[in-house]
Design a binder for this molecule. Structure first.
Ligand code: TXA
Ligand code: MG
Length: 346
C-alpha cells in the first residue's frame, strides 16, 4: 500500500479532507495531527477498522483505543451516561488534551473498546483533526500513530517513518503544539482519577473534584486502570537512565558520565547541563531547565534523536513532577524502564 501524504495547509485541503473522510468511512486508516501527538484514525464504529489499527501498529488488542469526537454532542451519542462532573469537564476543557473514560453504548464495538464496558472519549483542538472527524461523519478511533512500544509521533514524518506503507494516508498538520498525549481521567464515584497524566495538568482539575493518580501507574507492579499503561513504551534506541531531583547533584551525576570511557554515552539534558559537557558529545538539548512546555514539546523528538545518533547508553535529566512535568516524568519512567535516579540535597 502506498501511503499518501496530504498537507493540511494546501489550498485544496477542504476537498482533500472529504476524500479522507470517505476513506475512514470505507474502513481505511488515516494518520492525523492533534495538538498532543499524531493519531492513527479509523472508524470507531467499525470493528474491522479497529482490527486494522491494531495490526498496523502491532498493538495488543486488549488495549482499547481512544475515540475522537468533534464536540460534546457527539460524545453524548456514544456515552451510556454522563455525570454533571463529566459534563462540566467537557464544557471547560474541550476541545483540548483531556480524555474521559465513560460507560459506553453498544454502538461502540468490543474491538474498539478492547472488550471493556467503557470508552475513552477525546475532542481534539487541531483544526485538521476536527475537519477529518466532521468529514468522516463518524467518531474516529485513534491511538498514537507509532508502532507499538515506540515513542509517540509529533510530526507527519514520524508517522511516515513508523507506518508508511501500512496505512492509506497521513495528514501533515505540522509539529504538535503540546507534544505529550492527553490526560486520561475517570470521574467514577464523583472523584477524578488520572489514568494517564498528560497535556492537561493535574492542578487544572483540582478545582472540580478531589483528584488522585491511579496507583497502578506509579509502581509498575499493580494493574493500571488504562490497560496501555502496563506496556513498556516510548523505548528509545539505547537504554536510558534519568537523573532528577536536586539540580546541582543531578548535574554533577550527569556530567560524570562524560569522563567515562567504558561505553558511548548520549545525553538528553537541559541547555544548562549541555553547556558544561565537553564539545563533541552526542547530546540532545531539550530546553531550558524546568521549562516544562518546551520539554514536553520536544520529549518524543529527543527519544527519537538517538535512532540517528547511535550510542550505547542514554543519560537523561528529569524535571519536577508538577504541571506538565508529571506527564513528562511518567513518559521518562516508562522510556527508561523505571531507571530513574532521584538525587537528594545533602
Ligand atoms: O493525546 C492522545 O490521547 C493521543 C491522540 C492521538 O489523541 N492518543 C493516544 O492514544 O495517546 P493511545 O491509544 O496511544 O493511548 C490510549 C490509552 C491507552 O493507555 C489505553 O489503554 C487507554 O488510553 N484507554 C483507552 N480506552 C480506555 C478505557 N475504556 N479505559 C481505560 N483506559 C483506556
Ligand atoms: Mg500510544
Amino acid at each position: 500500500m502506498k501511503t499518501e501524504m496530504v498537507s493540511a495547509f494546501a489550498e485544496d485541503f477542504e476537498e482533500k479532507v472529504k476524500e479522507l473522510g470517505a476513506v475512514i468511512r470505507r474502513g481505511g486508516l488515516v494518520g492525523f495531527p492533534t495538538e498532543t501527538v499524531y493519531g492513527l484514525g479509523g472508524n470507531a464504529l467499525d470493528g474491522e477498522a479497529a482490527k486494522k489499527i491494531y495490526a498496523a501498529k502491532g498493538r495488543p488488542s486488549d488495549n482499547p483505543l481512544i475515540v475522537h469526537v468533534a464536540d460534546a454532542a457527539q460524545a453524548e451519542q456514544l456515552a451510556r451516561e454522563l455525570s454533571p462532573l463529566e459534563r462540566r469537564l467537557m464544557a471547560d476543557f474541550w476541545p483540548g488534551p483531556l480524555t474521559l473514560v465513560v460507560p459506553k453504548k453498544d454502538i461502540i464495538p468490543a474491538e474498539t473498546s478492547g472488550g471493556l464496558d467503557t470508552v475513552a472519549l477525546r475532542c481534539p483542538v487541531h483544526p485538521a483533526a476536527q475537519a477529518l472527524i466532521r468529514a468522516a461523519g463518524v467518531p474516529i478511533a485513534g491511538p498514537s500513530a507509532n508502532l507499538s512500544g515506540r515513542p509517540s509521533p509529533t510530526s507527519a514524518e514520524d508517522v511516515m517513518h513508523d507506518l508508511g506503507g501500512r496505512i492509506d494516508a497521513i495528514i501533515d498538520g505540522g509539529p504538535c503544539r503540546i507534544g505529550v498525549e492527553s490526560t486520561i481521567v475517570s470521574c467514577a464515584g464523583g472523584r477524578i482519577t488520572i489514568y494517564r497524566p498528560g497535556g492537561l495538568a493535574k492542578e487544572a482539575l483540582e478545582a472540580y473534584a478531589p483528584v488522585e493518580i491511579d496507583p497502578g501507574i506509579q509502581s509498575g507492579s499493580a494493574h493500571p486502570k488504562a490497560p496501555g499503561m502496563k506496556y513498556r513504551h516510548y523505548a528509545p534506541a539505547a537504554p536510558l537512565t534519568v537523573y532528577t531531583g536536586d539540580a546541582e547533584k543531578t548535574e554533577a551525576a550527569i556530567l560524570s558520565f562524560a569522563e567515562k570511557k567504558d561505553k558511548t554515552y548520549g545525553f538528553f539534558v537541559s541547555e544548562e547541563t549541555a553547556a558544561k559537557l565537553p564539545v563533541g558529545m552526542p547530546v540532545f538539548i531539550w530546553g531550558r531547565r524546568g521549562d516544562e512546555k518546551s520539554m514536553a514539546h520536544r520529549l518524543f523528538e529527543g527519544l527519537h534523536y538517538f535512532n540517528d545518533h547511535p550510542v550505547e547508553q542514554i543519560i537523561g535529566e528529569g524535571i519536577a513532577s508538577t504541571g506538565l512535568g508529571l506527564a513528562i516524568m511518567n513518559r521518562l519512567t516508562k522510556a527508561s524502564g523505571y531507571h530513574i535516579i532521584v538525587e537528594t540535597a545533602k
